[in-house]
Design a protein around this ligand. Structure first.
Ligand code: CP
Length: 355
């Protein structure tokens, strides 16, 4: 099955992903050529959760392409506050806009929205699940700054359980040859099993570490992440995890000179500010690359008839997802969608095992 939504970057072929990167690089080289590329088109940004980079870079991307934007950044200022369902909101916005960028605190929401939009839907983060356009920013940075997306030893550090950017990045880099991962976290915040399954299925080497100081010595890339306070059951649980991993000058001194430091941002103390001027610190540049990636994505989804995203062959099934964080728990009219992976039945919205 093919469609024009971006829910999960890792379901795309590497050729399709490379096409987005090439387009982003062309836009970076001559942005003026694209000033009217989306004249008359409207992007809706529906942000049910706070954002600085993703929302504003999507809006800037559309404005730089000559298009316009509508939307909300606080659902309480929309009819969501009156109890409107996701289906009804999306059906209506799909009539107003040519493309929708959505962020939501509940896993699988972007996939659910894509059923009703009638226009391309872009996942801008669905709970602790995925954040594919952040991954675009990450891999464009790798392509421009390291010159490759393969043969990389990548350390990912922080909240690997709840960090949707980590899940999207690992799933995508696992598609390229000879990438290996060092998963640096506490036991409580280790990467979900379904991500480990993907690493193993792709034959990727990975190590688990509980020490940033030890792991940092032999990395091509260090991907730091914030502890996701908003995903914790209690403040006490969060306090026990915050500040366990902090990248400071002392640890950075142990790293290679050609290692680059990425972070999806926002940061909350996990990289000390005195590192910002180190040439290896690329997290602000990474956010800039993200805007060009989003310009490329909008263009390809709206204008390139040959640019389709391959989705899993979903089936409507009797299996109901029991993940309490899945959108199917909140929007009861959603059809039960599932797909098979390695003999297991997975939820078509949140990717959790349901058989
Ligand atoms: N990286 C990222 O998603 O940032 P925002 O939450 O500010 O959009």
């Amino acid at each position: 099955m093919f469609d024009k939504n971006l829910i999960d970057l890792s379901v795309m072929s590497t050729e399709q992903i490379d096409k987005i990167i090439r387009k982003a690089k062309k836009i970076m080289q001559s942005p003026a050529d694209y000033r009217h590329a989306c004249d008359g088109k409207i992007l809706a940004t529906l942000f049910y959760e706070p954002s600085t980079r993703t929302q504003m870079s999507f809006q800037t991307a559309m404005l730089k392409l000559g298009g316009r934007t509508i939307g909300f950044d606080n659902p309480m200022n929309s009819s969501v506050s009156k109890g409107e369902s996701l289906k009804d909101t999306i059906t209506i916005v799909g009539e107003y806009a040519d493309i929708i960028a959505i962020r939501h605190p509940v896993e699988g929401t972007a996939a659910a929205a894509s059923l009703y939009a009638g226009v391309p839907v872009i996942n801008c983060g669905d709970g602790g699940h995925l954040h594919p356009t952040q991954t675009l920013a990450d891999i464009i940075t790798l392509s421009c700054e390291k010159g490759r997306l393969d043969n990389l030893r990548v350390g990912v550090c922080g909240d690997l359980l709840n960090g949707r950017t980590v899940h999207s990045l690992i799933k995508t880099l696992a598609k390229y040859p000879n990438n290996s991962f060092v998963l640096i976290s506490t036991k409580e915040l280790s990467v979900p099993l379904y991500v480990i399954d993907i690493l193993e299925k792709n034959g990727c080497k990975y190590e688990i570490s509980h020490s940033l100081a030890d792991a940092i010595t032999d990395l091509d890339v260090l991907y730091m992440t914030r502890i996701q306070r908003e995903r914790f059951a209690s403040e006490e649980d969060y306090q026990a995890q915050k500040n366990v991993f902090v990248l400071d000058k002392e640890k950075l001194d142990k790293a290679r000179e050609d290692m680059i430091i990425l972070h999806p941002l926002p940061r909350v103390n996990e990289i000390t500010v005195d590192i910002d001027d180190d040439p290896r610190a690329l997290y602000f540049k990474q956010a800039q690359y993200g805007m060009y990636g989003r310009m490329a994505l909008i263009l390809l989804l709206l204008q390139d008839d040959e640019f389709f995203v391959e989705n899993r062959p979903f089936v409507v099934s009797n299996h109901h997802c029991n993940n309490p964080k899945c959108i199917t728990q909140q929007e009861p009219y959603l059809p039960n969608l599932s797909y098979e992976k390695l003999g297991m039945v997975m939820c078509g919205y949140c990717d959790k095992r349901i058989d």
